[in-house]
Design a protein around this ligand. Structure first.
Ligand code: AMP
Length: 292
């Protein structure tokens, strides 16, 4: 695995890889866990399917992006361990690690901003003003820098995936094309909690209680399947979380899975953000059209 942290060597590395096969990119903020590694496995499979005899290549970026953190958020505390991450990626067969510093990504005078309205405005966009502008801006830069044939993101961050697809469509991205932005199912711990770098913020007792989040979401979906109205079921979900020791619930809502608007005839998604201890946890689950 080649590791680069400046733009010139990145360009050389990317040019060399692209000459011998398709390239997949997985943007991350590091502090890697099995969820991230499942994206690497999915990327290897996806580039291999592109039909080039030599196979394809996988690049991973690690960059804790200051633009996507609010003033009172956890930018300084966000866990960082590049040596450990690098060993994990090497072991997973990644070809290129792109690990720029903040001054490489945002040189003095940097002023551009990409804002994806509508889909980026509610839910986490409302709870974290500016968050998705920061995400869209850095992902647009990563796409320009690496010019991947495909890019992979976790369904764990469902709204983020929707924002990035919208951006790629609206701005006519071709590397990657919007249709080549792939979502990968959420990896969970044994008790159902979605894997997340932020789970490290939880004390032992908080971690034990955090399993209530996926359990309450499954109960909510079962209640909707049994005929309860979505609003009432989501309210019960929020109450269950507070009763289980969550400090607050930013939102618990049923939305259309694609537009994130009011649920229609198609598949829906249950999306939740709730705070426990120092962590703000997000999760989402499919709600098939057949049960609504
Ligand atoms: P992050 O480092 O948290 O920005 O995540 C990098 C990528 O990994 C994003 O596309 C996330 O959606 C994805 N990801 C994070 N956690 C998981 C998980 N538990 N399962 C699958 N993908 C995940």
């Amino acid at each position: 695995m080649q590791t680069v942290n400046r733009l010139d060597p990145l360009r050389n590395a990317v040019d060399a890889l692209r000459r011998s096969g398709p390239l997949a990119l997985i943007p991350t903020m590091g502090s890697l866990h099995d969820g991230h590694l499942s994206l690497v496995a999915a990327a290897r499979e996806a580039v291999a399917k592109l039909g080039v005899p030599e196979g394809g290549h996988v690049a991973v970026s690690i960059f804790v992006n200051p633009l996507q953190f609010g003033a009172n958020e956890d930018l300084a505390a966000y866990p960082r361990d590049l040596a450990r991450d690098s060993a994990l990626l090497e072991g997973a067969g990644v070809d290129l690690l792109w690990a720029p510093t903040v001054d490489v990504m945002y040189p003095a005078g940097f002023a551009a901003n990409i804002s994806v309205g509508g889909i980026g405005e509610g839910l986490c966009g409302a709870a974290r003003p500016g968050h998705f502008d920061g995400v869209a801006t850095v992902v647009a830069k990563l796409f320009q820098q690496v010019r991947p044939d495909i890019a992979l993101f976790g369904e764990k961050d469902w709204q983020q995936l929707a924002v990035i697809r919208r951006m790629a469509r609206d701005l006519d991205f071709t590397a990657p094309h919007a249709d080549a932005i792939l979502g990968v199912p959420t990896m969970r711990e044994a008790d159902g909690l979605a894997m997340s770098s932020r789970n490290a913020y939880l004390r032992v007792d908080e971690r034990a209680r955090a399993g209530a989040l996926p359990a309450a979401m499954r109960a909510c979906i079962a209640a909707i399947a049994d005929g309860m109205g979505a609003e009432q079921a989501c309210e019960a979900l929020a109450q269950a979380l507070l009763a289980s020791g969550f400090a607050s619930v930013d939102y618990a809502e049923l939305r259309d899975a694609d537009t994130l608007g009011v649920p229609g005839a198609g598949p829906a998604r249950l999306l939740v953000a709730a705070r426990i201890g120092r962590a703000r946890l997000i999760d989402n689950m499919a709600v098939p059209a057949s049960i609504k």
